[in-house]
Design a protein around this ligand. Structure first.
Ligand code: ZN
Ligand code: ZN
Ligand code: ZN
Length: 647
């Protein structure tokens, strides 16, 4: 509803928000809702604005769930509230937060879903970059604020936002938007779910158009069904939607809506939604799941302890949509999957260890969650440790943007025992330099976990499919090394990084070796004589860390890292091209890199305290002379100013 008078007096004005810090000015109109706050239970109120604004109070203090136009601030006295401690948002749509500049102006802190922070704090940057022409990415992120909002806190998935005696549990519930959350809290002794626009009435959702991400897709329907099932497991008593009436029979509302959406999803796509994906038993102690985009494997000991190899996204659809929606300094979103099923049907009691086949995000994005939720240890091949622990250091394909700790690492050829099983870890480059092949015997089968090295393409000649991604660090003999590795160890079953485990024979491996040797010959033929690896590796000269996080007044310590693929020593001279006010020491780094070897040298960049960046993220370059030849700015690094980072 809208004020009748305000329609006639409609005008645009600039609301100055200068009262508190640098709160952004906001363009607004004179419209306002005419409704009054309504009491649901003693300490829970709802106010119908552009969305439902819920107020949870404790004495004279309150938190608000979503904010609409902010008009509720004029009604606080009638509710007996003198101070709003926080505004918590379920998602970034304008109807939820178009009045946030009022919260900023009054100094009320705003907390937002972690994966939508950029659509609040950096909304203006979103608009500079959002393409309208050639529109196939039809996701309704157009419903984003027109001005930046100052964000005080982000709410990470599966974390708890504690306010006084109330814990708001942050459940990821993508569907209506890709970053949506549901906040679960006990208010007046009832378990309440503030579920945003996941469901608006039993069997109904607020819009269908918000559920479409790609041209012709039904992504938000699939994600919404998955989210509703997970929300159901939390057993809320009441659902408080952003649009529609609170639902006091939450479980039946969830069930009805999930079932109806499932029927609709099958009708539109002819397939089953991600919520129906399930792992399957390969043998009594070995469970595989290949519908999870990157496959993951659970070796389950008689004790009930599990060793996972990889643990990525809930489905291909989850991965693809979250990947594209990930902001530059954020990490891909993860929602829990499969573990309940492993407990119910496969005797899993704990996730003891998880090992990455390689360092790619699609294989490891559940690792930080396993560490936090289950106390799982991460073990890996030694060259992955730094990429995992310091992801800002590197510019490689598919890095996960959240660092986490590795508990144990293995050298090439190292054997270890876990529970009643024995394994051998080997280096297996090709798909990426940072990949292992792990061999072990499970239920009498000699299994090789090979990540994304080789896939069964069903070819008559037995040749296994491989892939080639130069950004992943490939050298001319990488694939040859990894197939030789398999030939020497003769596994019977390959557990690949995507798809189901498949039987493999020596003939197939030999045919594959022939094939990758052909690829190697192409590399030699196509690239300048003696320079093959320089033409395959875009980062033979690189700066470490690649993504620098700093602030004025700090001194950044960089390493210039050079990989010399020549059979003779190489003389290097490197100078950093950075803002002129920075003090760079030394101004030219001179060193020699031995033949077929690597070397690194430090350089420090002192940023004056008085210096102010033109942007929160920008690039610097390294100008390079090698063996007396001026090559120019052949490598670079990105600089993030502190405060803009997510991890
Ligand atoms: Zn919405
Ligand atoms: Zn993969
Ligand atoms: Zn990969």
């Amino acid at each position: 509803m809208v004020d009748a008078m305000s329609q006639t007096t409609r005008r645009r004005f600039l609301e100055s928000a200068a009262a508190v810090g640098a709160a952004p000015a906001a363009v607004t109109t004179a419209f306002a809702p005419t409704s009054k706050p309504r009491k649901l239970t003693d300490n829970l109120w709802v106010f119908e604005d552009t969305c439902n604004v819920y107020l949870v109070k404790d004495g004279a203090n309150a938190v608000l769930i979503d904010f609409g136009s902010g008009k509720i601030l004029d009604h606080l006295a009638s509710i007996g509230v003198s101070k709003v401690d926080f505004v918590l948002h379920t998602h970034h749509h304008r109807d939820q937060c178009q009045g946030d500049h009022k919260a900023n102006a009054k100094g009320i802190p705003v907390a937002v879903p972690a994966h939508e922070k950029h659509l609040f704090a950096d909304a203006e940057n979103f608009w500079r970059n959002r393409r309208v022409y050639h529109l196939y990415y039809v996701r309704n992120d157009f419903n984003t604020l027109t001005r930046n909002v100052r964000v005080a806190r982000t709410m990470a998935d599966y974390s708890t936002f504690r306010w006084r005696n109330i814990d708001f549990f942050v459940l990821p519930t993508p569907g209506h938007t890709l970053g949506s959350i549901t906040l679960l809290a006990t208010v007046d002794r009832r378990r309440v779910a503030f579920s945003g626009d996941l469901v608006c009435a039993p069997g109904k959702i607020h819009t269908l158009y918000d559920t479409q991400v790609n041209y012709g897709g039904s992504e938000g329907v699939d994600l919404g069904i998955f989210s509703l099932r997970r929300l159901g497991e939390q057993r809320p008593a009441v659902l408080c939607p952003s649009h529609g009436e609170p639902m006091s029979d939450a479980s039946s509302a969830i069930e009805t809506t999930a079932n109806r959406l499932t029927d609709y999803y099958r009708f539109q796509t002819g397939g089953a939604p991600s919520a129906e994906n399930k792992p399957y038993g390969v043998s009594p102690h070995f469970v595989a799941h290949y519908q999870t985009n990157a496959s993951f494997y659970a070796v389950i000991s008689d004790s009930g302890k599990a060793l996972f190899v990889d643990y990525g996204s809930a489905s291909q659809l989850h991965f693809n949509n979250f990947e594209r929606a990930t902001a530059v300094t954020d990490r891909i979103r993860f929602v829990e999957h499969s573990i309940d099923e492993l407990k119910r049907n496969y005797g899993l009691k704990s996730v003891d260890v998880v090992m990455p086949s390689h360092m790619h995000d699609d294989h490891i994005n559940g690792f930080p969650y396993l560490i936090r939720q289950y106390g799982t240890q991460v073990w890996c091949y030694e060259n992955m440790v730094d990429v995992i622990e310091n992801p800002r250091g590197w510019n490689l394909g598919c890095i996960l943007g959240e660092p986490f700790k590795v508990s144990r690492s293995f050298r090439h050829g190292e054997k270890f025992r876990w529970e009643e099983f024995e394994f051998e870890v080997t280096h297996s480059p090709g798909h990426t330099e940072y990949q292992m092949a792990m061999f072990g015997t499970i239920d009498g089968n000699r299994v090789a976990f090979t990540g994304d090295a080789f896939f069964d393409a069903g070819r008559k000649d037995g040749v296994l499919r491989h892939n080639l991604i130069f950004r992943n660090h490939v050298e001319n003999d990488s694939h040859v090394k990894s197939i030789r590795n398999l030939i020497q160890r003769e596994p019977a079953l390959i557990a690949p990084g995507h798809g189901r485990p498949y039987a493999v024979t020596r003939e197939m491996l030999l045919a594959t070796e022939k094939n990758v040797r052909r690829q190697q010959q192409f590399f030699f033929d196509l690239l300048p004589e003696g320079m093959t690896n320089f033409g395959l590796d875009p980062s033979w000269v690189r700066l470490y860390p690649y993504q620098i996080l700093t602030t004025p007044g700090e001194t950044v310590r960089l390493q210039v890292h050079v990989q010399n693929y020549k059979p003779s020593p190489m003389r290097m001279e490197v100078a950093i091209a950075a803002p002129p006010e920075w003090k760079i020491e030394p101004d030219v780094v001179k060193f020699e890199v031995p033949a077929n070897s690597t070397a690194q040298r430090p350089v420090s960049l002192a940023i004056p305290k008085s210096w102010s960046p033109r942007s929160s993220r920008f690039a610097i370059a390294a100008d390079v002379v090698s063996d007396g030849k001026y090559l120019g700015e052949i490598t670079e690094a990105v600089v993030d100013m502190k405060g803009s980072e997510s991890y």
